[in-house]
Design a protein around this ligand. Structure first.
Ligand SMILES: Cc1cc2nc3c(=O)[nH]c(=O)nc-3n(C[C@H](O)[C@H](O)[C@H](O)COP(=O)(O)OP(=O)(O)OC[C@H]3O[C@@H](n4cnc5c(N)ncnc54)[C@H](O)[C@@H]3O)c2cc1C
Length: 351
């Protein structure tokens, strides 16, 4: 008998397990490595939407939980995960500069946007109009975190590296059973894998494929994350992640020539130094039609829950929705109505 079964050890599963650990709950995780959104992600967090210069949904609440969350994990694993790297938005016109000035002055945004325009000093970057700097931004090495987290669960015997077979789940009055495991609750955190889950496949999770390149560019010497038509995220040893693409039809995790070409063309439009492509990766973001997470209860059982729908912002959202779900289950607190899957029940759940 455990308190929780968790299906999926991406960012959502990791955050929820961490909450359970903190609260001394027992759990067992299933992960079959069928989805790789967390493993390939750029790992960036930034509280400003850089297309329109608006605030990210619940930015402050999310950051207030996310920053201590990654710090705690850094301590536990004695490894750095959170690299506080500024994000610079490259401007393409005077109008964009003016819009930046205007929005950086607004009460809800001033803590996240540097009020001055930075001029460019990097010979590899072509920009006439300079940059706006986003404050309280950075990058989390999710791949490293996921590996270490997996390893620690493996060592403590808390993870099964096989597919969860939905046919074997039995829903009882006050618990669930799965093969020889009995649990108070089950939480599904399968990312885009949710599409195969018979309990929650009714939810409007679209999934958006994203691809990223890793390049080596010895002359670039960039020490901030640059956002232009693509992102350039500095890693180490002159390596940079370039991304990402958005593709709505192809739902495979395979890297494509089409995405590579698109990323290289966009990059060459403003990067003036030589580079070599050393890697390419793809994954499916768990995106939702109304751009809000999917959290809550299967309408026919008090024991079955979902934790999903983080779209392209898993780094910031995961600790927030995990805290919400835990408090809902254990402390009977209401879920934030914007993330609660009840919002889709009348329209999509056919019972
Ligand atoms: C190209 C790209 C770039 C991105 N960049 C960023 C970024 O810079 N910043 C940011 O915040 N977010 C970014 N994201 C989004 C972020 O990756 C996601 O929001 C987040 O990783 C989703 O986490 P998850 O745990 O919900 O899903 P996943 O990471 O997909 O994890 C789900 C897990 O469930 C497992 N699973 C599924 N079905 C089963 C089953 N039946 N049995 C057992 N296990 C199962 C899978 O193997 C997987 O490990 C990016 C995504 C992509 C694709």
């Amino acid at each position: 008998m455990v308190d929780y079964i968790i299906v999926g050890l991406g960012l959502a599963g990791i955050s929820f397990c961490e909450k359970l650990k903190e609260e001394n709950k027992t759990f067992i995780v299933f992960d079959d490595n069928s989805q790789q959104s967390s493993g390939v992600a750029g790992g960036m967090y930034n509280p400003v939407i850089l297309k329109r210069f608006t605030k990210v949904w619940r930015a402050k609440e999310q950051l207030d939980l996310a920053i201590p969350f990654y710090k705690k994990l850094e301590k536990r694993f004695d490894t750095q995960f959170d690299y506080k790297t500024p994000v610079y938005r490259r401007f393409t016109s005077v109008e964009e500069q003016n819009l930046w000035f205007e929005t950086a002055d607004k009460p809800l945004l001033e803590e996240f946007m540097h009020p001055k325009i930075h001029t460019n000093e990097n010979k590899c970057i072509d920009t006439e109009f300079g940059y706006g700097e986003v404050l309280q931004a950075g990058r989390v090495t999710i791949d490293k975190l996921q590996q270490l987290y997996f390893q620690s669960l493996h060592e403590s015997g808390n993870i099964e590296t096989i597919s969860f077979d939905y046919d074997f789940l039995k829903l009882e009055k006050d618990h669930v059973s799965y093969k020889d495991i009995t649990s108070k609750y089950i939480v599904f955190a399968e990312g885009f894998g949710l599409k195969k889950n018979p309990f929650f496949s009714y939810l409007p999770l679209n999934g958006t494929k994203g691809e990223l390149l890793t390049i080596k560019a010895p002359d670039l010497k960039l020490d901030f994350i640059l956002k232009s038509s693509v992102f350039i995220i500095p890693l180490n040893d002159d390596l940079y992640r370039i991304g990402a693409t958005y593709e709505w039809n192809d739902k495979t995790n395979q890297a494509t020539e089409k995405a590579k070409k698109e990323l290289v063309e966009k990059l060459r439009s403003f990067l003036k130094c030589d580079f070599e492509i050393v890697d390419q990766q793809a994954g499916i973001r768990p995106t939702v039609i109304d751009r809000r997470p999917l959290v809550g209860q299967y309408p026919k059982s008090d024991q079955v829950y979902v934790l999903n729908g983080m779209g392209s912002r898993g780094v910031m959202i995961a600790p927030y929705i995990s805290e919400q779900l835990f408090n809902h289950l254990e402390n009977k607190e209401e879920l934030d109505s914007e993330i609660d899957i009840k919002r889709f029940e009348n329209k999509y759940f056919k019972g």
